[in-house]
Structure formats: structure tokens, C-alpha cells
Design a protein around this ligand. Sequence first.
Ligand code: FMN
Length: 439
Amino acid sequence: MQDQLHILVVDNDAFYRQTIKQVLRTNYPAAIIQEAMTCAQATQTMALQQFDCVLLNYHLPDASGMSCLVDIRKAGSSTPIIILAGQGDEKIAAETIRAGATDYLPKKDLTPQLLAHCLRGALRYHQAQEQIRQTQEALQLRDRAIAAASNGIVIADPHQLDCPIIYANPAFSAITGYPPEEVIGRNCRFLQGEDTDSQYVQQVRDCLQQESACQIILRNYKKDGTPFWNELSLSPVRDADGTLTHFIGVQTDITERRNAEEALQVNTARQQGLLRDMFSSVTEGKFVLCASEADLPEPYTPFAEPVSLSRTSGVRELRRHTLGACIAAGIPDERRYDLETAVGEAAMNAVVHAATGTGHVFLHGRGAVQVRVEDEGKGIAVEDLPNATLKRGYTTAGSMGYGFKMILQLIDKVFLLTGVAGTAVVLEQERTPKAPAWF
Ligand SMILES: Cc1cc2nc3c(=O)[nH]c(=O)nc-3n(C[C@H](O)[C@H](O)[C@H](O)COP(=O)(O)O)c2cc1C
């Protein structure tokens, strides 16, 4: 790197320029050395090119070395500048250093070793200054980003008693209503209140104790007592050795989102309840729309291993198992054929809408067969359920499609559980048809 040094020598005395160049070449044979004779030439050259160091004579024909130095610094250059003076004067040396010179060297003392030493020192000093400047810039940028963030951000010091907050950004104050001076020095638990779930606070405690990162939703309270849902992300901060230095907490007020989700859940449950009653009544109890896994019927005794429907032969194999189970249960031919057809429809629905699924056939000693077909597709939306299940020929991506109406006509009892995690259909057929629910 030293070999590629780019140096500017500013001196109107050709003999000195030559001497300095020779001295430089002794230690830096590959250095690129440029020359300027006046301050004006020096500033022009520096405006066009970058140098690693400038050797500036204190006396120039158009300006003093001092005013030239001031001009260069005013122009924004931070290049190391070594002032070369004829005799050397302590007072001038101090003044030039104050004005931004990196070093000061009397020409009378000039030796290759001294110049090389000065140059090395100037370059090292410049490098360190650059690093500090870059670090400061990065820190300022980070400070601005944290201050401008729309999420609350707090930093807590785990090495102080009770892990107090040492920094809170403006968004934290905007969310909680507490100004920084009311939170610095306090543990963040002051945001909790009577409806804060102690189970989740315990999770926060565990996370901090294990020095791990976590995300937890907590009921918190603003300064004026208004409750809000706080999605809290906690992260440990470690130094270069991996030792914990701080915790950072990021707060997001998700109250609106949470309220909207809750309202949607209530609405969906209500709609499903109405639909369940409607389905049960129009199908005379044949069709049960399940709200959860618990509403699905208990499985009978497995008749065969579960069949994967992703294989092309899967649907055929499931029908074959169904046929075997019907024969074992003594189900008459016509009803057996109905179940087989319905199983084929349900299995095809799984394949078409979810690309895969599982079918499982069960047998009951009293002469009944149960077939469960499951898939992990995206399910049927509540608003699509009436059409998807009761209307002949209706089909959308994610609906039960054309065959479900037919399934309902052929089978004694049909259970359907559907949601974003997938769909399960359970078909039950007995030896003799069940009497309608009203009978
Ligand atoms: C950086 C940081 C930020 C935190 N932010 C919150 C917060 O916004 N809301 C909250 O209820 N608890 C917050 N906590 C958790 C509490 O300060 C405290 O650790 C928690 O209540 C469990 O400890 P405790 O049992 O001593 O109260 C934060 C903790 C840390 C370290």
C-alpha cells in the first residue's frame, strides 16, 4: 500500500523539490510524486486529485504556507499536510498545527529517515481520523434512524439495578404518553396493569434471564390509563466478546389490528353457528359443519392403512378399501356403491384443491363404515360454504366443487371441518339408512 502513495510537494525552489523527491524515493520508490510551485497551483491540483499526503513549504511566492494551509482546509480537504520550514520555529510550528497541519518539519533537519517517520505518522494519524469520522457518521445515521422510527424503541441496562431504561425514542413517548424524562431510570414494567397476563410477563422474564430474543404480545397501559396491545420484541445486545451489554425493546401498538381480528373472529364464529343450524335443518341432520376438530366424530376401528392421495393410484386404492370395508360391514350393494362414489368425489376434491391429501377407512362392528379424507389446502371461506356445499355444479378454487351436493344425497352422515389450515370430510354409511332427525 505504501508503494502506491500519492504525494504532492509544494515548493517554488526547484532544488528543494528535487531534494525532497530524492529523500522520498529512498523510502517509497514506487510513490507517485507531483509538484506545485505556488499555493494557487497546489489548491487547483488538490481540487482535481486525491493525495495521501502534501508536503507544503512554509514560504510560497503567492501566499504564506499558513494561509495556503487555511485555504486547503477551508476547501474541505482532510489530507495530511506536513509543513516544511526553512529554519524551524516552535511558535510557528504550534500555529500551523492549530490551523490543521499534521506535522511540522524544519528543512535543515531533513533526512530520509526523519521524513519517512513523519510521513508514516501523518498517514497513521489520518487513517485513525478517517475511522473516527466514519464511525461518527454511522452513529449519527443510526441515531437519526432510531429517532425517526415509528416503533417505540427503548434500551435498558441489565448491569444496573432492576434493568432500567437508559434511552427511549420519540415514538415510545408518542405510543405510551410518557416523556423520556419520566421513563429513563425506570424498569419498563410500569406499562403493565391489572389486565396484563402474568403468563406472558413470565415469558418476558424467562427470555431476559436466558439472554435470548423474543416477541410477545402484552396488554399495556398508556400514561392516561388507556389500555393498548403492545407487540414487544426484545433482543439482547452483546459486545465483541459476546458478553451481554444491553437489551433493546421495540414496541408496536397493534390495538387496531387486534380489535379488527377479534371482531372478525366473533363474526366468523357467529356466521358459522348460523350456517351450522341451517345445514343441519335443510339436510335433516345429515350434514354437520364442524367448528373444531372436537366436533368431528370419533374414528371407528381402522380397516386399512391411511392412503396418500398424492399418488395417482391413491383415489382408486381408497375406493378399494371402502369396498372391502362395506363388504365386511354387510352394507348392501347399492349403498356400498353410493359410499364408494362419494369417497371418490371427496378424494378428488382434495387432489384438485390441495394437490394432496390422505384418506382413511374405518369399520364399526354394528355394520357401519367411516371414511375420513383430509387435505392441507386453504379451505373454504365461510361466505362460500352455502354455495360450495349445497348448490349443484358450483365450484371455486377452495370450494368442495361439483360433487358435494351429490355426496350429501348419497351418504347417511357427512361431517365437514374447513379452515385456512385445510379441510377434513368424514363420511359415514350404515347397513340400513338412518331415520331423519325429526323422525
Ligand atoms: C428493553 C426492554 C423493554 C421492555 N419493554 C416492555 C414493554 O414495553 N412492556 C412491558 O410490559 N414490559 C416490557 N419489558 C419487560 C419488563 O421490563 C420486565 O422485564 C418484565 O415485567 C419482567 O420482569 P419483572 O418480573 O421484574 O417485572 C421490557 C424489558 C426490557 C429489558
